[in-house]
Design a protein around this ligand. Structure first.
Ligand code: FAD
Ligand code: DLZ
Ligand code: SF4
Length: 499
C-alpha cells in the first residue's frame, strides 16, 4: 500500500509522527507552499520568509536522506493554491498520511477531502488532547500552576525523588525585577541569508509588498542546526538573567534575555522537551540559578502546553468569544506604530522591524491597551496572528483572546491582566521619553493608560468588583470621588473618540 505523506509548514521535524510511518522505498512526501496558508491573515514578511525558507531546507534534507519528495513552490504555474488542492493534485497512492494540523481551520479543510486519510497525533507536544481533557474534567477552574506540576512529574524535569528541586514548584516571585542600569545586553545571534533564503526574500518582497516588515532585513535561523545554535547562545549568554529580567522592557531592545526560540519550536526546528532538558543541564551543572531554569521550563511545559490544551478543549468558536462586549475598532497605529504613546510606539515598531516582541510587551503593552480601550477581540486576535514570527492560532488565540483580553470569560486567567501607566513605568524606560505624564490620572497630558485603567474598572464594576483578586483595585477605585470618576470617564471617552 503506497502512501502520500503530507508535511505542513509547521511540521518540520525529522521525527514527526507522519514521517515515522512511511517507507522511503515506496512512499512519497508532499510539501506545498500555497497562497491560502500565506494569506489567511496578512502575515509579517519575516514570518513568510522563515516558513518558506525553512520548508525548502527541510525538503532538501529529506531528499538527501533518500525520501521521495514532491515540493510545490508558491509561484509554480499549476499550484492549486491550497493544501487540499495540492493533495488532490498529487494523489495517485492508496492512502494519505498526515500529522494533525495545528488549527481547526486546516484540520477541517483536510479532513473533508474525500480520499482515504489517516490523521496521526502530533506527539511533539508533551500532553495529548486526551490527557488534557482528563486533567480538565470536573474542574471548576483550570489553573496553569496545577497543570504545570503534573507536567513536571510527567517529564521529571527539575524533580528529585518525586519532589521539586530546591523545595518549591515556582520561583516566579524572583522574576519580576526591573532592568539594572548599565547591564550588558547581548546582541542576538543573526544569520546571513544564503541563496535559498535570498530567493524566498525576493519572492516575498514581490508577492506581499503591503505586508508588515522589510523582508530584506530577515536574519533568523531557518534550519534545525541554526536553531540549535540559537539555543546554545541562549544557554551561554542570556539564560543566567532570563529569570530576573523576564518582565523588564527597554527602548529599542526587543529581546533582552529572552530566548527567541518560540518560532523554531512551533515550526518543528527544535523539540520542546529537548530544549527544556538542555536548560535543565545548565542548572545541574551550576551555571544558572533555579529561578532561571524553573522560570524558563515553566513557560514551555507549563504555559505552552496549557495554552494548547485550552485551544483544543474550547472548540473552534473560541476566537469569536467577546465576554466583555468590547467593540472598538483596532486603531490604525497597531499597523503603523504612529502614536504619541511611547510604550505602544516602541513595542509596535519592534514588531514591525523584527516580527517579535517579548511576552510582557505583548501582554502588558499592546494587550493591556487593547483590553483597557475595549478593542474588538477578533480584530486584535487577527493582528497578533499576523504580526509575530511565532504566531499560529493554537498558541496565539488563547494568549490573546484569553490571557490578554479576558474575552473568554476567564478560562485562561481568573482575573484580567490590567495595569495603569505605573506598571509600565516600573518595568521599562518608555515613560521617560513620552509626551504624556505617567504620574497624572486625568487631563490633557495625563497618561492614557491611567484613565483607561480606572475607566475599565468603572465599566466592569459589576463583573469584577466581587473577584477576590481584584479587591485592591476596587478598594482604590472606591477612594475616588464621584467628580474624579466622572472626569476619568470623560477623558477615556475623548481618547477613544480620537484614536
Ligand atoms: P521566552 O520568553 O524565551 O520563553 C521561552 C518559551 O516559552 C517560548 O519560546 C515559548 O515557546 C514558551 N512560552 C512562553 N510564554 C508562553 C505562552 N504564554 N504561551 C505559549 N508559549 C509560551 N507565543 C507563541 O509561540 N506564538 C504566538 O502566537 C503567541 N502569541 C501571543 C499573544 C499574546 C497576546 C501574548 C500575551 C503572548 C503570546 N505568545 C505567543 C506567548 C509568548 O509571548 C511568546 O511565546 C514569547 O514571547 C516568545 O518569545 P521567546 O521565544 O523569546 O520566549
Ligand atoms: C503559516 C504557513 C504559511 C504562511 N504557509 C504555509 C504553506 O505555504 N504551506 C504549509 O504547508 N504551511 C504553511 N503555513 C503553516 C500552516 O498555516 C499551519 O500548518 C497551520 O496554521 C496549522 O498550524
Ligand atoms: Fe505609555 Fe503612559 Fe508611559 Fe507614555 S506615560 S510610555 S503612554 S505608560
Amino acid at each position: 500500500m503506497s502512501k502520500l505523506c503530507v508535511i505542513l509548514g509547521d511540521q518540520l521535524s525529522r521525527d514527526i509522527s507522519s514521517l515515522r510511518e512511511i517507507d522511503k522505498e515506496q512512499d512519497t512526501i508532499l510539501m506545498a507552499e500555497v497562497i491560502e496558508e500565506a494569506s489567511y491573515v496578512h502575515h509579517h514578511t519575516h514570518k513568510l520568509v522563515l516558513i518558506f525558507s525553512a520548508m525548502r531546507y527541510f525538503a532538501r534534507e529529506l531528499s538527501s536522506l533518500g525520501y521521495h519528495v514532491i515540493y510545490t513552490r508558491l509561484n509554480e504555474k499549476d499550484n492549486s493554491g491550497s493544501i487540499s488542492g495540492e493533495i488532490k493534485r498529487h494523489f495517485n497512492h492508496d492512502h494519505i498520511i498526515l500529522t494533525e494540523p495545528g488549527e481547526y481551520r486546516l484540520k477541517k479543510e483536510i479532513s473533508q477531502i474525500s480520499l482515504p486519510i489517516t490523521i496521526l497525533e502530533d506527539d511533539r507536544f508533551i500532553c495529548s488532547h486526551q490527557k488534557f481533557q482528563k486533567w480538565a474534567e470536573g474542574k471548576k477552574e483550570l489553573t496553569m500552576e496545577f497543570f504545570y506540576r503534573e507536567m513536571r512529574k510527567e517529564t521529571n524535569l527539575l524533580m528529585s525523588e518525586g519532589k521539586p528541586v530546591q523545595g518549591r514548584w515556582n520561583f516566579d516571585k524572583e522574576n519580576r525585577k526591573s532592568l539594572k542600569k548599565n547591564i550588558d545586553i547581548p546582541s542576538p545571534k543573526k544569520f546571513s541569508p544564503d541563496h535559498i533564503t535570498l530567493e524566498v526574500i525576493d519572492m516575498v518582497e514581490k508577492k506581499f509588498p503591503h505586508n508588515m516588515g522589510n523582508p530584506n532585513t530577515f536574519n533568523y535561523a531557518v534550519t534545525s542546526k541554526e536553531a540549535t545554535e540559537v539555543l546554545e547562545f541562549f544557554c551561554h549568554r542570556q539564560l543566567v538573567f532570563f529569570g530576573d529580567y523576564q518582565d523588564a522592557m527597554k527602548s529599542d531592545e526587543p529581546y533582552l534575555f529572552h530566548s527567541i526560540l518560540s518560532a523554531y519550536i512551533n515550526i518543528g526546528l527544535l523539540d520542546p522537551l529537548k530544549v527544556c532538558q538542555r536548560v535543565e543541564k545548565e542548572f545541574y551543572e551550576k551555571r544558572i540559578p533555579i529561578n532561571c531554569a524553573e522560570g524558563f521550563i515553566r513557560q514551555i511545559i507549563g504555559w505552552r502546553e496549557f495554552i494548547r490544551g485550552i485551544y483544543w478543549l474550547s472548540g473552534e468558536k473560541y476566537t469569536e468569544l467577546n465576554d466583555l462586549k468590547a467593540n472598538h475598532t483596532l486603531p490604525s497605529f497597531y499597523w503603523s506604530g504612529q502614536t504619541k504613546m511611547n510604550c505602544l510606539k516602541q513595542v509596535i515598531n519592534m514588531t514591525i522591524k523584527y516580527g517579535y516582541s517579548h511576552h510582557i510587551q505583548r501582554l502588558m503593552v499592546t494587550g493591556n491597551y487593547a483590553l483597557l480601550a475595549g478593542l474588538d477581540p477578533f480584530q486584535v486576535h487577527e493582528w497578533y496572528l499576523a504580526v509575530y514570527i511565532d504566531a499560529f492560532e493554537w498558541v496565539e488565540a488563547p494568549n490573546t483572546v484569553g490571557m490578554a483580553l479576558h474575552a473568554d470569560g476567564g478560562i485562561v486567567g481568573t482575573k484580567p491582566y490590567i495595569a495603569s501607566g505605573a506598571y509600565i513605568n516600573r518595568m521599562s524606560d518608555f515613560c521617560k521619553s513620552c509626551v504624556y505624564d505617567v504620574k497624572k490620572k486625568t487631563g490633557k497630558d495625563a497618561c492614557p493608560f491611567n484613565y483607561l485603567y480606572w475607566d475599565f474598572l468603572i465599566r466592569h464594576e459589576k463583573k469584577f468588583s466581587t473577584n477576590q483578586r481584584m479587591r485592591i483595585a476596587y478598594t482604590n477605585l472606591n477612594r475616588l470621588s464621584n467628580e474624579q470618576k466622572k472626569e476619568i470617564q470623560q477623558n477615556a471617552q475623548k481618547h477613544l473618540q480620537e484614536i
